[in-house]
Ligand binder design. Sequence first.
Ligand code: GAL
Length: 461
Amino acid sequence: MRFRNKHLRPVKRCRPSLLIWSIIGIVLLFHLYTLNQMQSNQIQPPIYYSDQNSITKELETVEEEALHVTTARSRRNPRAVRRKGSQKPPTIIDEFLDKSTEVHELFFPDMTRAINPLAEGNDSTGYFYPGQIWLDTDGKPIQAHGGGILYDEGTRMYYWYGENKDGPTYLAHQNAAARVDVIGVSCYSSKDLWSWRNEGIVLRGEEKDETHDLHKSNVLERPKVIYNDITKTYVMWMHIDNANYSKASVGVATSQNPTGPFQYLYSMQPHGCESRDMTIFKDDNGKAYLIYSSEDNTELHVSPFTDDYLNTSNEFRRIFVRRHREAPALFKFQGIYYMITSGCTGWAPNSALAHAAESMMGPWETLGNPCMGGNVIFRHTTYFSQSTFVLPLPGLPGLFIFMADRWNPANLRESRYVWLPLAIGGVSDETLEYSFGFPLWPRVSIYWHKRWRLPDGWRDL
Ligand code: GAL
């Protein structure tokens, strides 16, 4: 009789299936490795010109920022807290929006600290100060909110178009968002992106005709202009709405001149869908696209324009479905398309996200929060601002200006501009799901600076 020794483990035979699976595993690992190598070779770090390295080093310095403010939370009397129970204290965002607080004052510094191109020659000349009042060459605060910039090859000038919100802020009804009447679209011109000349209102709001899209009681937001090389026309697209934001449409206007006047053509719901926050993007090959928040702002749609840019084509793609993103700003570098978006919290700031795609029509992938520096609150509120546009700097490949609005719903005409350097380079910090052929995206970084400037002669570097 044979006894089984229970302490002896049965000898396992190497089964053929196990061997096959191991071989498949090794092949897969090898494939993954080579793919990784290929991708990292494909997406190279930005190529900088001779002395660009030292220039970008300065712009890409991670600047920390401490917040020295007394919040209402710290001001609360402990006895009152005990008496009233655990009443929810205001958040820093509540205080930022409340014009009676110290936090609000800190983020909306007054006229004494305005950026003034007329006062040339002092040590502020050429410096951007995010959040400070910015004067034009007439000494008046720039009114170009939710704006975008067109570089005009003909005049070699930059044109900044945006919402003129220089009117009183009020609520259309109790639960409505703060608003100002439609005044129109302002245009400013500049050669250096720092000192801006007012070119006037290039598309005017309508005073009398209540049925007109641009009637003052409606909404005109986020105007953007591109040039059509075929029709030799400047084409403006904008968000058109009523005071309740239920019309959710886009409007189109054209001009033969960058400084207008623009002729308003019509509004529409692209593909029969709602369109609220939007932008447009012209690719290197002349093809242009409309990108808009739709389906109750739960997703974005991307659609190519017809060749004259006056309409969308039949094709469109839904992207970031159920992600609730808005305020899209598009840019392109080394063949890759990038987008910055915000969350949907009205005038209140929230975290930005960067996205990338190999084609405008997607698939689009999310890279993560691009904000670097400042402090954790700054990074989670996009420096207390919301994206509107990203401007390429032709002399400095891989570097862009991130343009955002610091909205002041207590007094919208007092909203500020937050312009910061945006750089593409390094590996994205979000771990992405793996699938074959999946690109490894470079990181998109928006660097916080209290004060910064473009390098001398940046246009000709
Ligand atoms: C924001 C949007 C702004 C404006 C605002 C009104 O979400 O980005 O452009 O529409 O809402 O509350």
